[in-house]
Design a protein around this ligand. Structure first.
Ligand SMILES: Nc1ncnc2c1ncn2[C@@H]1O[C@H](COP(=O)(O)OP(=O)(O)OP(=O)(O)O)[C@@H](O)[C@H]1O
Ligand SMILES: O=P(O)(O)OC[C@@]1(O)O[C@H](CO)[C@@H](O)[C@@H]1O
Length: 309
């Protein structure tokens, strides 16, 4: 089974306006309200790709009810832990440029943390994958992902982490199976600007040396790099019109995992993941198998270094 853990879910309020006039009334042309948060998005894309998962994390208040209900309506398994305060609301404003205003996370009591760990670990099998994705609510310790990864690995299961900053840095030594920073997040982590795939591969290797088993660096429209101990790969992205990049990174993770769990081939999973990311970026919602199949022939994976695993 695949479990997705979203410690800090959201309602994503997508709005499209002609522009933004500060200090004035702005009218919305298009809007949609969806359950969001990185792990939740991974579950949604997995569902589109015909792969079952169980979404867990913390939800609270009427906004949390919405998140849970909309996943249930989409026939995605849920095992959320309830907290008192409201799940946040994140505004995704499209004025031609994409602007995000992410809300305040609820505080998570220690009892809820324990419940989450107990419930996740109790059912975990060695063949399972756990996707830990998104920010940590501010009341959680920065090494919480690291602790969870160790517990997941003790059960023989694998953890995939998509986060940034300190929570990501702290987690590396706990040997996640895969991390997926974008090039800005990688740059923040290593404290250096990244110009192109060769540099992304070199800095990705530093994260492998620190403990990550595989590192997938997404670079938006400039392609992506995949690094493991003896391997560095580059994939281009297909051509298309960018409609909405929110959740494109989550689609990379879901595409990788959907393919990897079926075929156990990292090169092909990398290619499928990157294509899934672009297919979502070129859609208003998330990619489907049909979308991915359409763009897959445009994506080529080349060796930067090493031999294929
Ligand atoms: N302009 C683009 N053209 C083609 N593909 C794109 C473009 N922008 C994003 N993508 C696809 O989306 C993936 C993720 O994008 P990015 O590197 O920006 O990651 P991210 O910051 O995690 O994404 P997100 O916007 O979801 O937070 C890329 O690997 C690529 O597949
Ligand atoms: O604040 P975080 O947890 O880092 O990111 C949250 C978020 O921006 O990520 C998703 C897109 O990847 C959205 O659904 C959600 O609003």
């Amino acid at each position: 089974m695949i479990y997705t853990v979203t410690l800090n879910p959201s309602i994503d309020y997508f709005v499209k306006t002609d522009g933004l006039m500060e200090g004035d009334i702005n009218l919305v042309n298009e809007q949609s309200i969806v359950a969001g948060g990185k792990g939740i998005n991974v579950s949604k894309v997995l569902k589109n790709l015909g792969v079952e998962s169980i979404a867990t994390g913390f939800v609270g208040g009427f906004t949390g009810d919405f998140v849970e209900t909309s996943l249930k309506n989409a026939e995605i398994g849920t095992r959320f832990i309830r907290v008192e305060e409201n799940t946040r609301i994140n505004i995704k404003l499209n004025t031609g440029k994409e602007t995000e205003i992410n809300g305040i996370s609820p505080s998570i009591p220690a009892s809820a943390l324990e419940q989450l760990e107990e419930q996740l670990l109790a059912n975990l099998e060695p063949t399972d994958f756990v996707v830990l994705a998104g920010s940590l609510p501010s009341s959680l310790p920065k090494d919480f992902y690291g602790q969870l990864i160790t517990s997941i690995r003790e059960k023989g299961a694998q953890a995939i982490l998509d986060s940034k900053g300190k929570p990501l840095q702290e987690a590396l030594a706990h040997q996640p199976f895969l991390i997926k920073p974008n090039h800005h997040e990688l740059s923040d982590l290593v404290g250096a600007a990244i110009h192109g795939p060769q540099e992304a591969a070199a800095y990705g290797k530093q994260l492998v040396a620190q403990g990550a088993q595989h590192v997938l660096v997404s670079m938006a429209g400039d392609g992506a790099v995949f690094v493991s101990k003896d391997l560095a790969l580059f994939a281009n992205v297909p051509q298309g019109i960018l409609k909405n990049s929110v959740g494109a990174g989550d689609s990379v993770v879901a595409g990788f995992l959907a393919h990897y769990t079926g075929h156990k081939n990292v090169l092909e999973a990398f290619k499928y993941g990157v294509t899934a990311g672009s297919a979502s970026a070129f859609s208003t919602g998330f990619c489907t198998v049909k979308d991915i199949d359409r763009y897959l022939p445009e994506v080529t994976v080349n060796l930067i270094e090493g031999e294929q695993e």
